[in-house]
Structure formats: C-alpha cells, structure tokens
Design a binder for this molecule. Structure first.
Ligand SMILES: NC(=O)c1ccc[n+]([C@@H]2O[C@H](COP(=O)([O-])OP(=O)(O)OC[C@H]3O[C@@H](n4cnc5c(N)ncnc54)[C@H](OP(=O)(O)O)[C@@H]3O)[C@@H](O)[C@H]2O)c1
Length: 227
C-alpha cells in the first residue's frame, strides 16, 4: 500500500519522486543511489551542462533547475555548498519545499583553510546550519542525514566493522520515518538524535570525519554507534 508520500509499507520497495538540489559529488552519488533503488530522480542546478556526464550514465535520471527539481520531488535532497544553502532554497522556492521532507546533507564549512586538518565552520555550537534553514523555511521538514560520511560510502556502504550508523535529527517524525526508510534501503543503521538542535552535534562530525583525510589521506571510514 502506498501512503500520500509514496512510502510503501515494505521499506525495500519504497519508490518516490526525488528532487536533488545540487550538481556536486554528493548530488551525483545520491542521484545514482536513488536511481539504483528505483526512485524517480531529478537533479537541480544553475548549470545543467555540468551534469551532462551524469545524465549520460544515468539515463533514468533527469536534470533541471533548482525550482523544477524542488517542484518535482515529493522528497527533496539538499546537496549544495553550505554557504549557498539558503540561496539555493530561495531559488528553489519556499512553496516547492513546503510540507516535504528535505534531507539536509550540507555542512557549514567556511571559506577558510583547515587548521591542522580541522575544518573551519561559519556557525557556532549554539546554532547549526540546519536550524537556520528550518527557521527561514519553516514549512519544510528538514532531516539531517549523509552529512558525516564521504560520498563514496553514502549508498551501499561496505566496512569490515559491519553496517555503519547514520545520525539523523529533525523536528518532524513523519519526515524522519521517510528518511529512515531510505537509509535502510541504502544499507545504513539509523540513530535518531532528536529535534533540529541536534544538528549542532551532528554537523561537526564532518570535521572529525575529515581529519584522517587531511592528515593521512585516509578518506574511507564511517561512524558506528555501539551499545
Ligand atoms: N563531498 C562529500 O563527500 C560530502 C560528504 C558529506 C557532506 N557533504 C556536504 O554536502 C554538500 C554538497 O557537497 P559536494 O561536495 O557535493 O558539493 P559542493 O562543491 O560543496 O557544492 C556544489 C553545489 O553547490 C552549489 N553552489 C555553490 N555555490 C553556489 C552559489 N553561490 N549559489 C548557488 N549554488 C551554489 C552548486 O550549484 P550549481 O549546481 O548551480 O553549480 C553545486 O550544486 C556540502 O554542504 C558538503 O559539506 C559533502
């Protein structure tokens, strides 16, 4: 049976119209993953030419503007540079993201070099990027996810240590249920950290994740919650 958000009762069979805002590595990797799992995918960008290769390799996926992709999606993925996230949502149109789950993959990375491998953020520990976005686009149902792992491991992650954990948060339980279904389909364990304020803790995991990369060129790892 299909719900109004297109979520089947059986998670593995979920099929949704997914509008992905972005043309970078995250948008392309998640776009491939959504196509692989049978979803209808549209990527949005200011410069569709950038995605010509992606479109050729993923003939089932479509490429359009930010606004067209947001309008198309019943599920939205925000996969753009943190400094541009609010501008991209404005270009997408608040009305096109209202009432929809929005997977927020972004990190508030400042345009400054890392210090000894530690990224610099433009937010503080008292206000995350996702809180800023949730405040401005109050109708959208943001869920933080995919922000603290490299794009190569976002879909079907394979680690000797077993299934990694994706930390998520957001104010809307129905949106988190939808995102949990997608994460389960993509091969993740899910740890729900609560409401939007938890993004203050989840976003900096990206700093931790990147340190071995900047210091030792080791970019293949993920977090796991042990109990
Ligand atoms: N790379 C990773 O493995 C990884 C992993 C986890 C989380 N993240 C986070 O995921 C997000 C996407 O990362 P990414 O590496 O795929 O791409 P990125 O290089 O951080 O961002 C590229 C996207 O940002 C948009 N953009 C940049 N400046 C803009 C501006 N001034 N106005 C409007 N749009 C602008 C681009 O739009 P156009 O398409 O129009 O050019 C493009 O779609 C980031 O927030 C990043 O921190 C990245």
């Amino acid at each position: 049976m299909r719900s109004p958000l297109g979520v089947n009762n059986h998670r593995k069979e979920m099929k949704m119209r997914v509008g992905i805002l972005g043309s970078g590595d995250v948008a392309k990797a998640l776009g491939r993953g959504f196509v692989k799992y049978g979803h209808d995918v549209m990527l949005g960008t200011r410069t569709p030419d950038k995605l010509a290769d992606w479109a050729a390799k993923n003939p089932k996926g479509r490429v359009a503007t930010f606004a067209e992709a947001a309008k198309f999606g019943e599920l939205i993925v925000l996969a753009v540079k943190g400094t541009a996230a609010a501008d991209v949502l404005r270009a997408a149109g608040a009305e096109n993201v209202a009432r929809k789950p929005v997977i927020d993959t972004t990190n508030p990375i400042a345009d400054l070099p890392p210090s000894n491998g530690v990224l610099r953020f433009f937010t503080s520990l008292d206000e995350s990027l996702m809180e800023r976005l949730q405040n401005e686009f109050a109708g959208a149902r943001f869920v933080k996810a995919f922000s603290s792992v490299g794009n190569a491991s976002m879909v079907d992650p394979e680690f000797k240590g077993g299934k990694p954990t994706m930390f998520i948060c957001g104010n809307d339980d129905a949106a988190k249920k939808t995102v949990t279904g997608i994460l389960d389909q993509f091969g993740w364990e899910i740890a729900d950290m609560g409401k939007v304020e938890a993004a203050r803790a989840i976003e900096p995991l990206c700093m931790l994740w990147c340190i071995p990369g900047f210091l030792r060129n080791d970019w293949v790892h993920a977090f796991k919650m042990l109990a």
